[in-house]
Write a protein that binds this ligand. Sequence first.
Ligand SMILES: Nc1ncnc2c1ncn2[C@@H]1O[C@H](COP(=O)(O)OP(=O)(O)OP(=O)(O)O)[C@@H](O)[C@H]1O
Length: 515
Amino acid sequence: MAAEADKQKSFFSSPHQENKDTILRVEGISKRFPGVVALDNISLEFEKGTVHALLGENGAGKSTFVKILYGIYTPDEGEIIVEGRRVTIASPMDAINLGIIMVSQSPVIIDRLTVAENIVLGIRRYGYYTLVGKVREKIVEVSKKVGVKIDPDTEVWRLSYTQKQLVEIVRALLLGAKILLLDEAITYLPLEEKKKFYKFIREYADLGGTVVLITHKIPEAMDVADKITVLRRGKLVGTVSVKEATMDQIRTMMFGERSGEITYEKLPPGNPTNPILEIKDLWVRGDFGGLAVQGASLTVRKGEVVGIAGVAGNGQKELLQAVMRLRPIEKGKIIYDGVDVTNKTTHYMRMNGVGYIPDLPAKYGVSIENNILENLGVLPNFVSETINWSKLKALSFKLIKEFEIKTPSPETPVKFLSGGNIMKVLVSRELTTATKLLIAYNPTRGLDEATAIKVRRIIKDRVIKQGIGALIASEDLDEVFQISDTIVVMNSGKIVGVFPADKAKREEIEHLMVM
Ligand SMILES: Nc1ncnc2c1ncn2[C@@H]1O[C@H](COP(=O)(O)OP(=O)(O)OP(=O)(O)O)[C@@H](O)[C@H]1O
């Protein structure tokens, strides 16, 4: 028993002894915001040459922790020790001078400058390289490794999201990053590119770099990381070595009793009746003029979830945007609820019961400067000259409870919520809007595993009980299989397969996605 207890203790307790490979150590870090203890007495150390993942449910304190290391927040208490020296990190410049660099999910680059100019700009300020030629070489070298082509002389606005993230990572390397803080920097990358980035991160660590990686995907963390630290409600649960840990142990550390709710079993089937959405021979252009959707036809019925499986960048996003009337249609027709909406507006769609969860929620889905109430104020039944604030407030309390949105109050500006809680605000609003149809792109991205499953259950429940239709594109095949009644596969802008979900075979879908 004693031996077992010791084993448990070493498994769950964090190391406190300084060891020679320690590059960064924090001791007793606490951070409070009004109404929230974001971090409570955290002591932790990071070793040279390791990938160290930080996991925890939404609002656990992960971002706050790395923002402290990057000088965006100052801790209320505690100490930071870098390479054996106590340091004060009062700004990102202090962090950069110590070799600590953060890349987050929103690229911080200037659209009108070229890739090389952006990078030189960042470096010059801190007195490092100034030679554009060197920068060019490095961009080519790193982009080759990561397998994402990127021209140093392209203006940044022309780049895809993946390429922009790559620019950030190249900049971090050129700034001499010894410790790379990746705050969900890879979360929004397409799966294939994510894998290449992970390989690259591994190489960086093998060459002596240290990576602090925030992700919600336990399998990804277990694949790439050496160590995993779990935070829960601002407290340190423990650090484990990936070699010794199992997925279930990590889930238990992250969610406690809630880990029992995590299951990937298929949700109960819908009850499809009449068509609510018919897409007929649709052709849509992408951002750079090419035909992103090429002759797609599909039907979504009331009481049915149609899941679109596909590698990102195969036209799913443009298809959904066209349905929402956010993108011009070259050719084809969209019939919604019996009406030809090909020439209607987004406003028409929203006012007539269509909810929409876009890609990059914090950018396109909510206004982060406004509070939760104001963000809910764009719901169709509140869009009038005078908003009924008391009714809106009552609704906000209901949604905060149902979706377990972690916030001090409905009047809290959305930018003060954690990433996952921002996503919950969006999903709760759009599911309220969707009285007839939900259109969603990766509806659970950025949500922790337990919450993601809960959101899928809520969506399926609406489909079953209220008979709404749902068209959901997701890069997460587990999600597609769990929620869909019908699975559609998109590849190169075309629909290359349609399967009743109970007959769909994963290998066949995967093959169609990449063939
Ligand atoms: N600037 C701020 N003002 C007020 N509260 C904040 C601020 N930044 C973070 N918080 C709160 O601190 C808590 C921890 O947030 P944090 O963003 O660190 O969580 P997280 O673990 O990164 O979550 P997620 O997985 O959802 O991104 C949350 O309750 C959040 O609302």
